[in-house]
Write a protein that binds this ligand. Sequence first.
Ligand code: NAP
Length: 584
Amino acid sequence: MVNSAAHRSSDTQPIDALIVGAGFAGMYMLHKLRGQGMNAKVVEAGSGVGGTWYWNRYPGARVDIQSLEYSFGFDERLESEWRWSERYAPQAELLRYAEHVADRFDLKRDIRFDTRVTAAHWDEAAQLWRVETDRGARTDCRHLILATGCLSIPTDVTFPGLDTFKGPIYRTSRWPHEGVDFSGQRVGIIGTGSSAIQSIPVIAAEAAHLTVFQRTPNYSMPAHNGPIPHADFEAWSKDPRAYRAASKDTGGGFQNEANATTLATETAPDAVRAELERRWAWGGFRILGAFADTGIDPAANRIVQDFIAEKIRAQVADPAVADLLTPKDHPFGTKRPCVDTGYYATFNRPNVELVDLRATPLKAFNAQGIATSARQYDFDAVVLATGFDAMTGAIDRIDLRGVGGRRIKDHWAEGPRTYLGLMVAGFPNMFTITGPGSPSVLTNMINSIEQHVEWIADCLVSLSRHQQTSIEASAEAEAAWCRHVAEAVTPTLLPQANSWYMGANVPGKPRMFMPYAGGLHRYTEICNQVAAKDYEGFIIRQGDRVLSDSHVFTSHPPMPDIPASLWPIIIERLTAAGLMPATA
Ligand code: NAP
């Protein structure tokens, strides 16, 4: 019984750490803790390692950060023996890489596959987490490390009559391992986020006919995928250490030529255009860093929006379709932009049709397919690319209870609260890797994962060295961090979109910008300062004796270098949000 989890002990001895999830985060955490002589185990719901790249096998799935940077840097031999085939590796290659890492470090012997953690209760008296799984296994551990991924739980989206459809329904995030052959089929796909934008061109090339049901268009930039350009490989291979250090010392955790000084609104239109063209030609996320004001000033953002709208018009033959594919409801970059291969041009194919669900809403599924308010569409198969319960979904689906039996769901009823995105007040010895309140999904995930894993590992070494039994975020430090997370995002345009960053894609989910928008470089510095100040903001105990009881969080990051003319906008937004006292 779940309710008794805290009041029983397992048959076996407690282990030092239980890690939930065998994606890149869980794998590196296991490797790191083993290296420190700790007894650590992993529980993984899937049948193999790889997390995101294990589950998301839809056609066209590939990484949207260049593979040279989206790979581990913690081991030089691992780094030197792996060669990526393309700038943006496809899912199968990323999964092979995950398997290679697991084999290389002999990780699988400590991973329990096909097992989902269902409950974890903190036992105050024993200073242990008592963990249960859907297989009935029970484990007691001193530390619980949630490496559960930010985009691992699909939303529960459903449609009237869904069960009545006679053909197969595929979710992009739960794609059959044997693949799907759409040849000769009439296929419908719902959604136009990254997963759909990657899969639509591939499905369209195979299926007899593809109907795309779009509710909200997204911005997408060309990947210009292909072999890794020689110059990039040279720059990297000359000194991978320095290259990685430079990547980690950026806001996004990857090299993007981020321009922190030039304003689009104060630059001659020809020069703005030339810079946007240069970055568009380079591809991927590079256009995001073109000017210092596009993420803050609506007028600057509009310049990039117009540029991309023009690019869409240039790729799509039918002006009405191009217009439908052009985002109008959110500033560029406030939802995670997509990186595509031939997405817009796919709508020029005679076998592809775009349906605007805003004009003709989806009414219901039926045996033959989908009925909108305008007409019936018959299909052989339907694909749901409808997104994820991001950042909190995988955590709050576990029956997690901390001190006094407090549930994480209750603690997070108004949105996820953490200290540094690493720990939660009232949940001692429980860590989150790339959890809410950390830069995570706004960055190159692998670099964020490495930073978190290394910080957590150092923290556990420090506890053990000082015979300390528990560490817990103080409520005050957690509150101060939440305020700082709000301070970091409020000056930007990010909160203006109905994005999954805001929890807006899940009905009933509290509206709160979940990741930390202050940048990976500044965030890393804060985490390092906190550790250097004997884990400022954390309560550290030895049994029931409190050894260190720090309730403050003073480790503020260095101020970002923001051009002076943006300060009035920033001050206005901070003041309106109550994060800055109004001046007389
Ligand atoms: P998503 O961006 O949340 O897109 C979901 C899509 O489904 C949206 O177009 C949404 O429309 C639509 N949708 C949801 N419910 C619907 C409903 N009831 N009726 C009609 N349409 C509905 O999800 P995603 O594409 O899976 O991407 C999520 C994130 O995963 C990305 O932002 C990215 O961070 C990551 N990802 C990365 C890669 C990569 O690295 N290459 C690839 C895929 C995904 P609305 O916008 O109107 O809600």
